[in-house]
Design a binder for this molecule. Structure first.
Ligand code: TRP
Length: 330
């Protein structure tokens, strides 16, 4: 089964707990699909989380909830490796080796670093500066060929390629693999405010695990075409967030109908959102069923993560050995 696969995919996500529609369309959906063609390694990057979180109180719970959502969405743990970053500590070793081939200025120039520094001026810690080095170590440790991420992560993938190249050049080796970025097709899912990227911290998200009623209530709050003031005004689906999501969750016929009717005020925003809520709930039904079944046995999720840890460790230990040999370390 694995012999025919094209290569290895690696991706990571910070443990943010219950996942929302933005996480699903921006990452998870792609993770699930890639399992057909690649050997996939998916990491819950809890060490990365430490660069920004103020309290670790919910860390374990957030790891568990995220793992649960990934499994319910269709990550197949028998085929793919799903694990917690901190449980395979070799990544911190590679991070340290990479730090020796990383010019400091390159890190402080990254737009992602500048953004974080702006967001938390009181906490510009060493780990935050080194965030991309740890991410490069994640990817290189598993010798990934491809990394599915959103476009906001493009500078980090480019950085990873440069570090790998520098490492291989410095130690005159080719043990490490320069990964390709695989941009997700749905780079930015806008929240129910119709403006900002969907995120838990902005509370503009729709959780995958919420009940059908909660989901409907959330959908009914969504901001539609901001220029359409009255029901009798013709709308513009091209600038409506609800319409962009209809395209994902509704049938082509229904999408075409809404497109036409909205433009001539044949359908109103309330009706349009009710339809969306219905279709979204229908699509989420198998996910919810699976999630409920899995959450019946929480220890099973931790066992799956532990099995992932073991399989990830085997790859990681071999890479560290190769890396040390290349450097000349005993
Ligand atoms: N930086 C990524 C994000 O914020 C998370 C991440 C950590 C990651 N390590 C990774 C993504 C390795 C891909 C590969 O979304």
């Amino acid at each position: 089964m694995t012999i025919t696969k094209k290569g290895r995919v690696f991706s990571g996500a910070r443990p943010t707990g219950r996942q929302h529609l933005g996480n699903y369309l921006g990452a998870i959906k792609n993770y699930v699909a890639l399992q057909e063609e690649y050997q996939c390694v998916y990491s819950i990057v809890d060490i990365h989380a430490l660069t920004t979180v103020e309290t670790t109180e919910n860390l374990r719970q957030n790891i568990y909830e995220m793992a649960l959502d990934w499994l319910a969405a269709g990550i197949r743990p028998e085929e793919s490796i799903m694990f917690v970053q901190s449980q395979v500590p070799e990544v911190t070793e590679l991070h340290m080796f990479f730090s020796m081939v990383t010019p400091l200025g390159k890190l402080t120039d990254l737009p992602t670093f500048k953004e974080k520094a702006r967001q938390q001026p009181h906490n510009i810690n060493y780990g935050l500066v080194g965030y991309p080095v740890l991410m490069a170590a994640d990817i290189a440790l598993y010798k990934a060929d491809a990394v599915p991420v959103g476009v906001d992560q493009a500078p980090h993938i480019e950085f990873t390629r440069e570090v790998v190249r520098s490492f291989n050049f410095r130690y005159n080796t080719n043990v490490l693999v320069e990964p390709q970025m695989k941009a997700t097709e749905f780079p930015k899912v806008v929240g129910i405010d119709g403006q900002q990227k969907m995120s838990k911290s902005l509370n503009n998200h729709i959780e995958l695990a919420s009940t059908p009623d909660e989901t409907r209530a959330r959908v009914m709050q969504m901001v539609t075409d901001p220029q359409r003031m009255r029901r009798s005004d013709p709308g513009n689906p091209d600038i409506c967030n609800v319409f962009s999501l209809h395209k994902v969750f509704s049938s082509p016929e229904e999408v075409a109908m809404i497109d036409t009717e909205c433009r001539r005020a044949g359908i109103g925003c309330v009706d349009c959102k009710q339809r969306f809520a219905k279709n979204l709930n229908l699509s989420l039904e198998p996910f919810r069923e699976k999630r409920v079944a899995l959450s019946d046995k929480p220890e099973r999720v931790w066992e799956i993560l532990d099995d992932g840890r073991q399989r990830a460790s085997q790859i990681a230990q071999q890479t560290i050995r190769d890396v040390k040999d290349a450097i000349g370390l005993p």
